[in-house]
Design a protein around this ligand. Structure first.
Ligand code: BG6
Length: 462
């Protein structure tokens, strides 16, 4: 292994709605994750736990940050929960207790020598914005979001350098959890897709400008969930399916963020679907300016994907058409394929297309860790991260990728996006089950000591 760049940001990432609990404490309102009715990822046995306590990070953040410090974190990504800082959503009123919580969290990180990386909108839109406005489907919500971000940025000026405007913004067209929106009856999938894309891209752009206006030294990135899409074979129709799936699933939002306009393949698709797609000039101007000001691209990486033709563009874009299960890769219990080389491929694809610094802000494996005699031997997690860090090292040294850091998912265990406790990602075990909160004790796993050594040796010892 060759050394990682100077000031490489080693650390991990948390989605605070999934970790905090305290879901109605100190003025917080319910958000779309709190009210989400979950279908289990696999099988039909209910998995969801209430978000009332989650991992109780709301009360135990100092202990959690002390453990991050013990691991030697250089950076920690977390999300500022919209429904905690602006519980009304549409009234512009900041909840002082809510923002004070994050201020103290940031101060605690800084005192521990950890650089905070702040995400905005991580599955946490106030539920009232979903119910009253249908979330980002409604243009007014773009401005509520922009006001929320501007307020936070002004308040945290000088305390936070690294910002992420919106978690996995390319998944916003899925609707509810990510964009607080459902497709209204009578609206086609293409129309819904365009409207959500327009509004979330404009929201992102306004956030970039608002954060830079509040603090010209801030470093602001857009973020996606990224998977490279492989063709099932070298048959041309498979290649076409993979290429179009790649564009629609993960290039689209980065293409818009970096140019300020819709790319030709998207405009053409919409036209074919009978959707008018001219962005208003006023919005385009904001988006173009934000494209100029964008400092880096952040992404989560868990797995690669594959596609098989023949499939129409419409099927690929709106119906999950062309999806193919790669037979060459193993998977975890939840069927998430394990593909470290896919991370190197992703880093190369993104570098070649955008020529911007990249930041891996989520990468990890969900496992049903077992506490045996007070210990958790999570060798599969160590193997997963080892292989991905090696792939990242190759991308930097052999391919010339400009990478800012590696934030693993996650520092400690908390609820999955499907509110499942059993699917754990942390380096620190949180002692609870789906229905039994037990003592919520924090127990470092084997991977905790392993990651600590990785950071201490700057990736030289894996
Ligand atoms: C990302 C999200 O999609 O993946 C996280 O940003 C999420 O919030 C993570 O928890 C892992 O996915 P899951 O579904 O296993 O929790």
């Amino acid at each position: 292994m060759k050394p990682f760049p100077k000031n490489f940001l080693w650390g991990a990432a948390t989605s605070n709605v999934q970790a905090e609990g305290g879901y109605l404490e100190d003025g917080k309102s319910l958000n779309v994750y709190d009210t989400l009715e979950v279908k289990p990822e696999i099988g039909d046995v209910p998995v969801a736990s209430s978000t009332a306590v989650a991992s109780d990070h709301y009360h135990r953040y100092k202990e959690d940050i002390a453990l991050m410090q013990e691991m030697g974190f250089k950076a920690n990504r977390f999300s500022i929960v919209w429904s905690r800082t602006h519980p009304g959503g549409d009234d512009g009123i900041m909840n002082e207790k809510g923002i004070a919580y994050y201020e103290d969290m940031i101060d605690t990180m800084r005192a521990a020598g950890i650089e905070p990386v702040v995400s905005l909108v991580h599955f946490d839109m106030p539920d009232s914005l979903y119910r009253k406005y249908n979330g980002f489907y409604d243009r007014r919500v773009v401005d509520f979001y922009a006001d929320h971000v501007a307020d936070i940025a002004r308040r945290l000026k000088g305390k936070v350098k690294y910002w992420i405007t919106y978690n996995e913004i390319n998944l916003a067209t899925w609707g509810h959890l990510v964009a607080g929106a459902d497709r209204p009856e009578g609206v086609s999938q293409a129309e819904f897709h365009e409207r959500i894309t327009h509004h979330t891209m404009l929201a992102h752009a306004k956030a970039v400008l608002a954060i830079h206006e509040a603090d010209p030294d801030a470093i602001v990135g857009g973020m996606e969930a990224f998977s490279p899409v492989y063709p099932a074979t070298c048959a041309p129709e498979d290649l076409f399916a993979a290429d179009f799936a790649q564009k629609m699933r993960s290039f689209l939002q980065f293409d818009i963020m970096t140019t300020g306009d819709y790319p030709a393949y998207y405009k053409t698709l919409l036209k074919e679907q009978g959707v008018t797609c001219e962005l208003p000039e006023e919005d385009r101007a904001i988006m173009r300016q934000a494209a100029k000001e964008l400092d880096y691209l952040a992404f989560s990486y868990y797995s690669s994907a594959a596609a098989k033709g023949p499939a129409t563009k419409e099927e690929i874009a709106f119906g999950g058409g062309g999806r193919y299960s790669n037979p060459y890769l193993g998977a975890n219990e939840w069927g998430w394929k394990i593909d470290p080389q896919g991370l190197r491929i992703s880093l190369n694809l993104l570098t070649d297309r955008y020529h911007l610094p990249l930041f891996i802000v989520e990468n990890g494996i969900g496992l049903d860790d077992q506490l045996v005699d007070g210990k958790i031997e999570d060798d599969a997690r160590i193997a997963y991260h080892t292989a991905h860090i090696k792939a990242m090292e190759q991308a930097i040294h052999e391919d010339g990728v400009d990478l800012m850091g590696y934030l693993a998912w996650s520092p400690f265990d908390f609820l999955s996006s499907h509110k499942e406790v059993r699917k754990r990602y942390g380096f620190v075990y949180v002692n609870r089950t789906k229905d039994d909160l037990k003592d919520l004790a924090r127990i470092p796993k084997k991977s905790f000591y392993w990651y600590k050594n990785v950071i201490a040796t700057d990736g030289m010892e894996l």
